[in-house]
Design a protein around this ligand. Sequence first.
Ligand code: ZN
Length: 270
Amino acid sequence: MRNIRSILILFTTLLSALICTAQDSAYPANYARAPRFKALIYYSDTAEEAHVQFARQAIEFFHRLTYGEGYILDRTTSLADYPYERLKEYSIVIVVNITPAPGAERQAMEQYMEHGGGWLGFHAAAYNDNDTHWPWLNRFLGCGQFYCNNWPPQCVLLDVDNTDSPVTRNIPATFVAPESEWYQWNPSPRLNRDVEILASISPKNYPLGIKDIINSGDFPVVWRNKKYRMVYLNYGHGDREFTDATQNLLTLNAFRYIVSLDPTGNPFEK
Ligand code: ZN
């Protein structure tokens, strides 16, 4: 009797092991075992507090995506160890509230982008003024310098400019974005024919701000320069940015769109 029970226990154990193995191999999360591409998140941990808060949440957001999207996410606060030869291994660089240091770091980023690299930039990734001295960044972004911002951070009504783009196709034509510090640029990227504007702050928001008030002006906040594999997202300030499902979807769409255009083939179809 005891022998029969032992055999039964052994049989049950073997059976459940077999079932688990079958389930494991069929489970999509196992893409994580065979990553289809690499992403690098490049962020600042020494910027103003609200920019670092956003960066930490962005790391968490993109890290969680690695399970479903099947990719490796590396992170760095400096491009000093990322010459072009190393950068080019990445299908996308997610740039969060930082710009590369003058010299070798900027050259590596330029070379990477000029040779088909992928760039998803948030908020201060595009910040530049008279002291930045990086004309390539302006050509790359397709806009002028930072012009002004609202203060304090606020929710805004966004208008989707192009409802046909893979970045915005499943996004409502208008929606309220979580509170952020919004940057306006002069001249506006809309004046650049290489730029496709994807979303803008609605004029209905004017006057925007309390301490620093913006009363007028063209106000694109999501766009891409068609000459590059890039999307710029103007939001990225504080710890409320990932609280809205619509904006999260916009972020995910932009990420997937850039990666899908990888010159070596769409990793999501591998
Ligand atoms: Zn900010």
